[in-house]
Design a protein around this ligand. Structure first.
Ligand SMILES: Nc1ncnc2c1ncn2[C@@H]1O[C@H](COP(=O)(O)OP(=O)(O)O)[C@@H](O)[C@H]1O
Ligand SMILES: [Mg+2]
Length: 375
């Protein structure tokens, strides 16, 4: 199970964009960073977009919360970890709200429209509340980075969705929202909205105004008027983003760990990729408990052997823990087998459960070596 011939670099040959998907906590963010580091070391200009990285990982990569643009990880720093950096590693932490704002700025026909939207109180609520906004922002950012032409490869970590499908659906959902009936009603000046606004809604807004001193109705009408000019741009952008996800130069890596829920999610996501005709680049099974060379012994024999020197009580404990480790390894192996057949992926990349957390440059290197197929 541990010997592999095809490492991650070979699997990603000819791919410009690699989306790392899987359920929460399986190691997506860490694997994305490790992968980007490895590809960069090998000579590519790589950008990795991380989402909510652990603090220590963010610090290790010099990621900053502000900026929303990739920054180059200092090659001199990487060299102190023994990495001969032949390419460039650029890393960023996604700021969904800033990405959304940037998009408004790009799509707005003029500065006034942009400012009307960005300065609007309703927009401030809306932009962070739109379902799937984080997913959409991630792909929108991906699109911008790809278009910039600055990178040979982009690795996109994905949000901790409850449902991996949110990510694939995000462009569609956002287009639906902007094309949606609710919005259209607002946009037709003489339509139902105008009448409704004049009646019941107006009363509500009137009360709000009395209570808060803020005339939200003005905000609503300004926002929707301004948004009207953005709809076509949004539709086009969502279509372009969707096309990028389906591009032959894009691939999805699915990360799972050997527990029940991540396994189920990986199977589900693979199925969804197939249905959506999206490219599947391979499966990484992370944090797999593997037995060391000296951990295969029969627990009963261990107990008998140690009883003389340790006493039976202690020997029994040692035997029990050996049994637990073996049981876990057997379960994990079974999970890997299940994934292999369910995903029709005979040769997944199996990464062992490493000691401690993988949150610094050295840890990423170790992880990358596993991804690359060596140990
Ligand atoms: N192979 C591994 N062995 C041990 N710990 C790991 C391994 N891969 C990831 N981790 C740890 O698991 C935790 C979750 O990883 P993370 O990349 O944040 O997951 P996700 O992005 O999928 O939510 C982190 O603390 C990380 O250091
Ligand atoms: Mg993560």
């Amino acid at each position: 199970m541990t010997s592999r011939e095809v490492g991650i670099a070979d699997r990603l040959e000819g791919k410009r964009i690699c989306v790392v998907a899987g359920s929460g906590g399986v190691g997506k963010t860490t694997a994305s960073a490790a992968l980007a580091l490895g590809l960069a070391a090998a000579g590519k200009r790589v950008a990795v977009v991380t989402i909510d990285p652990a603090r220590r990982l963010a610090d290790a990569l010099g990621l900053e919360e502000l900026g929303n643009e990739p920054r180059m990880v200092d090659p001199a720093l990487l060299e102190t970890h023994g990495i001969a950096m032949r390419g460039e590693l650029w890393a960023m932490m996604l700021d969904p709200k800033a990405t959304f704002d940037e998009l408004i700025g790009t799509l707005a026909p003029d500065a006034r429209t942009r400012d009307d939207v960005l300065g609007n109180r309703i927009y401030a609520q809306l932009s962070s509340a739109i379902a799937g906004s984080q997913e959409f922002s991630a792909v929108a950012k991906l699109y911008d980075l790809d278009r910039s032409g600055l990178y040979d490869a982009i690795v996109l970590d994905t949000p901790p969705s409850r449902n991996a499908l949110d990510f694939l659906d995000a462009p569609d959902r956002l287009t639906d929202f902007f094309e949606g009936r609710a919005l259209k009603l607002f946009l037709v000046p003489t339509g139902i909205a105008a009448k409704v606004m004049g009646a019941g809604t107006g009363v509500v807004f009137g009360i709000l105004k009395k209570l808060t001193g803020v005339n939200l109705l003005d905000d609503v009408s300004v926002l929707f008027r301004a948004m009207g000019g953005l709809i076509d741009g949004f539709r086009e952008r969502a279509a372009a983003v969707k096309a990028l996800l389906a591009d032959p130069a894009t691939t999805f890596l699915i990360v799972a760990s050997p527990e029940r829920e991540p396994v189920a999610e990986a199977i589900f996501f693979r199925q969804k990729l197939r249905e959506a005709r999206m490219p599947f680049g391979g499966l990484i099974v992370n944090r797999v408990a593997l037995l060391g060379a000296d951990e295969h012994g029969d627990p009963a024999a261990i107990r008998a052997e140690l009883a003389g020197t340790l006493g039976d009580a202690l020997a029994a404990k040692v035997a029990q823990s050996a049994q637990d480790v073996q049981l876990l390894a057997a379960r994990n192996t079974a999970a890997v087998e299940r994934l292999k057949s369910a995903l029709d992926e005979p040769d997944p990349i199996v990464v062992p459960r490493l000691d401690g957390e993988v949150q610094d440059i050295d840890g990423l290197l170790v992880l990358y070596r596993h991804l690359a197929g060596g140990v």
